[in-house]
Ligand binder design. Structure first.
Ligand SMILES: [Fe+2]
Length: 201
């Protein structure tokens, strides 16, 4: 299996946010943190095909596409819909597809069956993410309340947790492919990992 991701300089927005409590944050700092976290998820999705992002390697894993959508659903359902005036839900059916275990927020696609969601496509989920990001930027033009800031910070940490899960689940998926697919090459350009020999007949 290949190296999952390249080593990169720590993101300054994330570092700053870890060092201070929410109460001490300015809305602009939180927005920068939000952008950094959301951008990181886009970056993690970049090497994946629609098929890579759709397959669920085992019942305890989730498709990358599901992680990408679920983390956007969090901001839509808990921040934009209740607090942003005139917000229009991207697609009402996503509430069922991308809820996880939030009982108060309705029923959901059973976890072991998340890999059956061949639609929406990865492209559509990236459009969903872009919609949520744009609406969050618009929403931030009004001074956010402390409650909203608390929820957005929570959503950012929630998304970081799902970024780790996305990588773990891709590792498990690619490790089971006899072709030994490479998620991402190393910084030096060398291809990490190699395919195991094919099984004997
Ligand atoms: Fe979650």
């Amino acid at each position: 299996m290949s190296t999952l991701h390249r080593s990169r300089a720590p993101d300054q927005s994330s570092q700053k946010f870890r060092q201070q409590s929410l109460i001490e944050q300015e809305p602009g700092d939180l927005l920068r943190f939000f952008r950094a976290v959301r951008g990181k998820s886009r970056d993690l999705a970049e090497p994946l095909s629609d098929a890579d992002a759709t397959v669920q390697s085992m019942p305890d894993a989730s498709p990358a596409k599901w992680h990408l959508a679920h983390t956007s659903w969090f901001f839509e359902k808990l921040v934009l819909e209740p607090f942003a005036p005139d917000y229009r839900t991207f697609d009402p059916s996503y509430a069922y597809l991308y809820n996880s275990y939030y009982e108060a927020l309705g029923s959901r696609q059973p976890r072991p069956l998340r890999g059956l969601l061949t639609r929406p496509t990865l492209e559509e989920i990236l459009a969903y993410r872009a919609h949520v990001d744009a609406e969050m930027e618009k929403f931030w033009l009004m001074p956010p309340s402390p409650r909203v800031m608390e929820l957005v910070e929570l959503g950012c940490h929630h998304e970081q947790q799902h970024q780790e899960l996305l990588l773990t689940d891709i590792l498990n998926l690619f490790a089971q492919n006899p072709l030994g697919p490479v998620y991402r090459s190393r910084d030096d350009g060398a291809v990490a990992g190699s395919a195991p020999p094919p099984p004997s007949c």
